[in-house]
Design a binder for this molecule. Structure first.
Ligand SMILES: [Zn+2]
Length: 465
């Protein structure tokens, strides 16, 4: 497999450290809110890479952290009048709800900063002992000038970086590029005891410490969004390699940006969407389809129209899946004919083109195109008069390939139930807005599908007629 490595700026053949095994780390969310559509992209991309590596037979250990100690969490806790821990616990739960709806598999582990303070302190101590960190009155900083390779990921020299750095006169740091490893306690903030007094870790150190603990000193793949290359990933390299004296990650993978209606996403422009916002209008599997229809390194534009296109594409996959189930139930013949056997053998071309696309730096766009070519072939060659053996061969290959992408994996019944639930939710909203016409329409539409609604004290219940 070839992967584009940000560190070397080229596509390289992937060779794991240990044969048959992959150690992979991806930066996870800061849990102070629902995650937005820009965050969803790396979660989906690296989940898909992990699925493909597993499909290729690798044993993958995949770590994605939760940042549960952060300024934004503290701010949110003051706004909501609950403790920072309650804020992070709440949004970790909400993360999993959205991730499940996006069909993102659980990582091998989802470590939290608050549970790795000991490891973080140990790493900062080592950096201090090696002369790479210094303490000023309870604040510990990384001394960037003492790490010779600083800038190697973002391809910037120390001189360029220094020239571009903002110098704050009140800053106690020795150099404007130095970054905080440990922050002295402020009133009302969560803190831990440390050799430098009470305080809490800076942001960058957590990934270095958690990666070391769960995966060891050197990992195969480190992933994240392009926006993390500098300074976050550059600082992770400085910390991990400065501490351990070994390469941190062999392959650095970064996904491209997301624009909303051709504009950069920002809260001030009002084009900032959380995944939860989108779930009001689309099944989140559509968002997964949308993300995978583009190459992960390309920038993507997010619009209602493009989401609708992804929805249509996903519907075509589900139609194909359910059609195969229907044919299998209604076919009268068991064994494939001689002609069908030749046809069954020919299907492997789609597996090959799918794998070739995925091995070319995870080209999911071309991989999806291979699946649609398979669907066209199945549509024109299978019917109720085909043998069960032939239909089964088509169904198995379809499931094999769509499973790798995490698409079209729902069975008919659960998809149906989901549609019913979302119509009921829409009817409730219509009633709340006194749009009784729409509410009645939905009731009738469900009735036509054989679904009867009952308004009870515990809410709306439904049953089959
Ligand atoms: Zn990170």
């Amino acid at each position: 497999m070839k992967l584009y490595n940000t560190l070397t700026q080229q596509k390289e053949t992937f060779v794991p450290i240990e044969e048959g095994k992959v150690k992979m780390y991806s930066c996870g969310p800061t849990v102070y809110n629902y995650f937005h559509i820009g965050n969803a992209r790396p979660f989906i991309v690296f989940d898909t890479l992990r699925r493909f590596l597993e499909y290729q037979g690798y044993q993958v250990t995949f770590i994605q952290n939760f940042t549960d100690v952060d300024d934004k969490i503290i701010k949110r806790s003051l706004e909501e009048g609950i403790s920072p821990q309650e804020v992070s616990e709440k949004y970790i739960e909400e993360y999993f709800k959205d991730a499940d709806a996006l069909l993102i598999k659980r990582a091998t582990a989802h470590p939290k900063v608050s549970e790795h303070i000991e490891e973080i302190i140990r790493m900062i101590k080592t950096l201090e002992e090696k002369g790479l960190a210094y303490n000023i009155d309870g604040n510990v900083y990384y001394s960037v000038e003492h790490f010779a390779d600083y800038g190697k990921l973002s391809k910037q020299s120390l001189e360029d970086l220094k020239a571009g750095a903002r110098v704050d006169v009140s800053d106690e740091k020795k150099s404007p590029l130095d970054f905080a490893l440990w922050k002295k306690k402020k009133d009302g903030e969560p803190y831990w005891e440390s050799p430098w007094g009470q305080g809490r870790p800076g942001w960058h150190i957590e990934c270095s410490a958690m990666s070391k603990k769960h995966l060891g000193d050197t990992i195969d793949i480190h992933g994240g969004g392009q926006d993390l290359i500098f300074p976050h990933h550059e600082n992770e390299i400085a910390q991990s390699e400065g501490c351990c004296g070994k390469p941190f990650a062999n392959y650095w993978l970064h996904n491209g940006y997301i624009n909303i209606n051709n504009e950069k996403m920002s809260k001030s422009k009002g084009n900032f969407f959380t995944v939860r916002d989108i779930a009001k209008h689309f099944d989140l599997e559509v968002v997964r389809m949308f993300m995978l229809m583009a190459h992960y390194r390309s920038p993507v534009n997010f619009s209602d129209e493009l989401l609708k296109q992804a929805e249509t594409a996903l519907d075509r996959l589900y139609t194909a899946k359910y059609q195969l189930d229907y044919l299998l139930e209604n076919s009268a013949l068991e064994t494939a004919s001689a002609d069908e056997k030749i046809w069954i053998d020919s299907l492997s071309q789609y597996r090959h083109s799918f794998i070739n696309a995925m091995e070319d730096d995870l080209n999911t766009a071309d991989a999806i195109a291979s699946i649609f070519e398979l669907v066209r072939n199945l549509n024109s060659n299978l019917s109720e008069s085909s043998s069960k053996e032939a239909i089964m061969a088509g169904k198995k290959l379809f499931a094999e390939l769509t499973d790798v992408l995490g698409l079209a994996v729902k069975e008919k019944e659960s998809k149906l139930e989901e549609n019913i639930e979302s119509l009921i939710a829409e009817r409730q909203a219509a009633r709340k807005n006194k749009d009784f016409k729409r509410a009645d329409e939905i009731r009738d539409q469900l009735l036509a599908q054989g679904i009867i609604l009952e308004d009870t004290r515990e809410g709306v219940k439904w049953k089959r007629a």
